[in-house]
Design a protein around this ligand. Structure first.
Ligand code: PFF
Length: 495
């Protein structure tokens, strides 16, 4: 099989940025930031970026480039019996894509609703999202009927993903010229609109004022670390696979910094649009910014589908136009993140089993849709919330921790650093070894331990224990087992 390469350096940078910048920046970042107190969140977020995000980005790009293969192949190259770490990363990525595609389906549906603004005004948007759109049940057990419109959106999302990756790096390398800059332009328009709305200052002050007391809360730290991983797409094998398609002469450190800073800069910039608009909303309602979204439901997972529409509906005649642009922007942001996840998982199977690309892609889509069905049910919202929380708090953090251990204590940080430096214009110093060997694994280890402790005392969001087990613990336990089985499966030799 012929080795794949990016058509040009810039297409790699665009593809990596496209993978990193996604719904995580516009849907997940603001809601996590709001949930943990606005300005209170920014300091842990920045610390997490520099102590874990960027070092791991360098690690993933370095090892992907050096071993010239997907995550399982790259880890197999670091030593016997390490391949499963790569499969674990792919497993976490697969679960995430199964629900990420469902959120893209929500976006597609909301794009359609923006034409007649059927989501309503102000507080009605919350009612619309939960009752009319999701038809949400109050019980986890209510599954039927599945929502036909969410299912249809899911099928369209997967069809778009498959089309984009039809020819692997070659087609991806071209599509990202469109899906990266266009949403950026839309975002800048939204930021300008957001900060010029009357009353925006209060929201922006809420966003930017640091709250040092919150730094004592371990939950804020865990949320910041997992958001940085999710947002940078590290811990899923994506950056490893993408770096493996780079030509042998490519700058690694430069690329790692460009991708990481562009991504986090986008989240930070997007925050101005969201918090400006929230400030505007709060001043209209005569309440504090912290109170503006009312119930905790509106502040949580559904923020993008409640807060944004309620803000958009205040724009008078231009509301439909801005609504449509906003949701197209979300779809474009999501698509290159979604296909990067599929590419990473597919690359693992192609490398090890010499499987044909199209067959693997269709297989992943088929299983992805099957798993995604649960999220299209009347209780899908809750299932999604649990899976997202467990995958981010345990899956991602565990993969990050294992990557540090494998490179730090088995392969050798010095060896990888020398390789990375030999390819890069700017060298990384010993600080990187310290991060990978001590700082990152210690912080991640503590985060996991604290999260386990919390989950022993109370279930996530007070959800029933059986549901938490089925969608959370069972997946967390099953993934390493599947990863070990895949490692032991017989490799197919090229014919
Ligand atoms: N980084 C993407 C986002 O912020 O939306 C999500 C994502 C894409 C996570 C690809 C992981 C990944 F491998």
């Amino acid at each position: 099989m012929e080795k794949e390469y990016w058509p040009s350096r810039i297409s790699f940078v665009f593809a990596a940025i496209g993978s990193a910048i996604g719904l995580g920046n516009v849907w997940r970042f603001p809601y996590i930031c709001f949930k943990y107190g606005g300005g209170a969140f920014l300091i842990p977020y920045l610390v997490a970026l520099f102590t874990a995000g960027i070092p791991l980005m360098i690690l993933e790009l370095g090892i992907g480039h050096k071993m010239a293969g997907s995550a399982p192949k790259a880890f197999a190259g670091t030593g016997k019996k390490k391949e499963w770490v790569g499969w674990l990363a792919c497993g976490v990525g697969f679960i995430i894509i199964a629900y990420y595609a469902v959120i893209m389906s929500w976006c597609l549906n909301y794009f359609r609703h923006s034409f007649d603004l059927s989501w309503g005004f102000g507080q009605e948007t919350q009612e619309f999202f939960h009752n009319t759109f999701l038809n949400r049940s109050s019980s986890f057990k209510d599954i039927f009927p599945l929502s036909p419109r969410i299912l249809a959106g899911l099928a369209i999302s997967w069809a778009m993903i498959l089309l984009c990756i039809w020819k692997g790096a070659r087609s991806v390398g071209k599509i990202v010229y469109l899906t990266v800059p266009l949403p950026w332009i839309c975002l800048v328009i939204f930021v300008i609109k957001g900060i010029t709305l009357p009353g925006a200052e209060a929201g922006i002050a809420y966003y930017l004022t640091p709250n040092f007391a919150a730094l004592a809360d371990s939950k804020v730290w865990l949320a910041a670390y997992s958001q940085v991983f999710f947002s940078l797409s590290v811990g899923f094998g994506v950056m490893i696979a993408y770096a493996s398609f780079l030509p042998r002469r490519s700058d690694i450190v430069n690329n790692a910094f460009i991708v990481s800073l562009a991504n986090c800069g986008t989240s930070f910039l997007g925050g101005f649009a969201v918090f400006g608009a929230l400030g505007h909303h709060a001043s209209k309602m005569g309440v504090d910014v912290a109170e503006v979204l009312g119930s905790s439901q509106a502040r949580g997972f559904g923020l993008a589908f409640i807060a944004y529409p309620s803000i958009i509906s205040t724009l008078g005649k231009a509301a439909s136009f801005f609504g449509a642009i906003f949701f197209i922007m979300l779809i474009m942001l999501g698509i290159d993140s979604a296909f990067s996840l599929v590419e990473a998982v597919a690359a693992g199977f192609i490398d090890k089993f010499k499987a044909r690309r199209l067959r693997v892609n269709f297989g992943i889509a088929f299983v992805g849709i099957l798993v995604g069905l649960i999220f299209t049910t009347r209780s899908g919202y809750y299932w999604l919330d649990i899976v997202d929380h467990f995958m981010n708090s345990f899956g991602l953090v565990a993969v990050g921790l294992l990557e540090c251990v494998v490179i730090g204590y088995f392969y050798g940080t010095g060896k990888l650093r020398d390789y990375v430096n030999s390819k890069s214009e700017f060298s990384i110093g010993k600080w990187w070894d310290v991060m990978i060997m001590f700082v990152t694994p210690v912080v991640l280890g503590i985060s996991i331990a604290l999260e386990i402790k919390d989950r022993i005392f109370a279930s996530y969001e007070g959800y029933p224990r059986w549901a938490e087990f089925a969608a959370g613990w069972a997946v967390v336990i099953a993934l390493p087992i599947v990863a070990l089985l895949l490692m032991r499966a017989k490799e197919r030799r090229p014919v």
